[in-house]
Design a protein around this ligand. Structure first.
Ligand SMILES: C[S@@+](CC[C@H](N)C(=O)[O-])C[C@H]1O[C@@H](n2cnc3c(N)ncnc32)[C@H](O)[C@@H]1O
Length: 331
């Protein structure tokens, strides 16, 4: 079986560095195991729906919790099958202020076949006081940077971070920490800690990755839960670009991971059930220098999803009441 899928192709591209990108309009759970040979993906980097009632075009993001947790468990098993023995599964998850344990519940269900090797905190916004940063920071004033969606509550803090759970089959995958390393601020520390000529140190597990400021949500970021391409790009670099024969995103949305794979020059396959998001992904790929090499988007074609889409909308364990992000306020 080829590493690249043949079912439900939506569009295919070649990136500036010659790596192929394939987008599939399909239910990843059904198509991924059919399309991809066992062990053929070196990195799976994704952000699945979190079941927080996000306003997706096609997908119903308000399923009964237990049903959702069973589904995300199937996602984990699917990924385990296609992931190489030495592969990395990076899964980005967030939760509402009113249920901060939710991402961990989801991670536990999705990560059952794996060992949790790292937990990374995706910091979207942070305030740093100059006085706390020391002599060598270069800061000349206090700063508050990044964006978050403010919540309308007296009980909960605004949520300015999400998680990236890094799963591997046995917890023993060596990473290229310095591929995303940061320069030592104080060169004497570089000598003391034996950093060698690179002058870099491990970035650690807090990654500040702000959303770019946008003017018009619907045209500038037409997806309710997209991550910036820098997030999957960092994951790919951390795993080690030279070791990636294929990267996969089962829930590609508007293509942050596809753009990341294009930038680092690795073959990529992305799935989404929503043709509108895939069309935007295709547009962004072409804008980033990819050349379309095949397939015509068939917007009308039904997606093979097994079960009917319409699901009962039910209270989501109170998450949609207090603490729900105020839509439209953040960049
Ligand atoms: C959290 S979003 C991913 C956002 C993406 N990381 C981005 O940057 O745009 C989850 C995506 O999964 C898609 N989706 C939901 N169920 C799916 C399924 N069974 N197979 C493939 N895609 C699915 C939704 O349409 C949505 O775009």
């Amino acid at each position: 079986m080829s590493a690249l899928p043949t079912t439900h192709p939506f569009a295919r591209f070649t990136g500036p560095q010659g790596a192929p990108t394939t987008l599939c309009r399909a239910d990843a759970l059904r198509s991924m195991p059919r399309d991809l040979a066992a062990g053929s993906a070196d990195v799976v980097v994704t952000s699945p729906p979190y079941n927080l009632d996000a306003a997706y075009g096609e997908y119903d993001d308000a399923r009964p919790s237990q049903e959702y947790l069973r589904w995300i468990g199937r996602v984990g098993r699917c990924v385990a099958r296609v992931l190489a023995e030495s592969g990395s599964f990076f899964v980005n998850l967030g939760g509402p202020p009113s249920d901060p344990g939710w991402p961990w519940e989801v991670a536990r269900a999705a990560g059952r076949p794996f060992v949790l090797q790292n937990v990374i905190h995706w910091v979207k916004s942070i305030a740093i006081e100059k006085a706390s940063t020391g002599r060598t920071s270069g800061l000349d004033r206090d700063i508050a940077v990044g964006h978050y969606k403010p919540v309308n509550s007296h009980r909960y803090l605004n949520s300015a971070h999400e998680y990236i759970f890094h799963f591997t089959h046995r917890g023993d995958v060596e990473l290229e920490r310095l591929a995303i390393g940061v320069p030592y601020q104080d060169r004497s520390n570089a000598t003391r800690w034996g950093a060698g000529r690179s002058g870099l140190r491990c970035r650690g597990n807090t990654w500040f990755l702000p959303y770019p400021t946008i003017q018009h949500r619907s045209s500038d970021r037409p997806h309710p839960t997209a991550f910036p391409p820098e997030l999957p790009e960092r994951c790919l670099r951390l795993h080690g670009v030279g070791r990636i024969r294929l990267a996969v995103d089962p829930f590609v949305g508007i293509g942050g991971s596809a753009i990341a794979a294009l930038r680092v020059g690795v073959p990529f396959v992305g799935y989404d059930i929503d043709a509108t998001y895939l069309t935007e992904t295709a547009r962004l790929l072409e804008r980033a220098g990819a050349v379309r090499t095949g397939e015509t988007p068939d917007l009308a074609a039904p997606v093979d999803r097994g079960a009917p889409r319409a699901r009962e909308r039910m209270g989501n364990r109170g998450r949609r009441v207090e603490g729900r992000p105020t839509p439209g306020l953040a960049a």
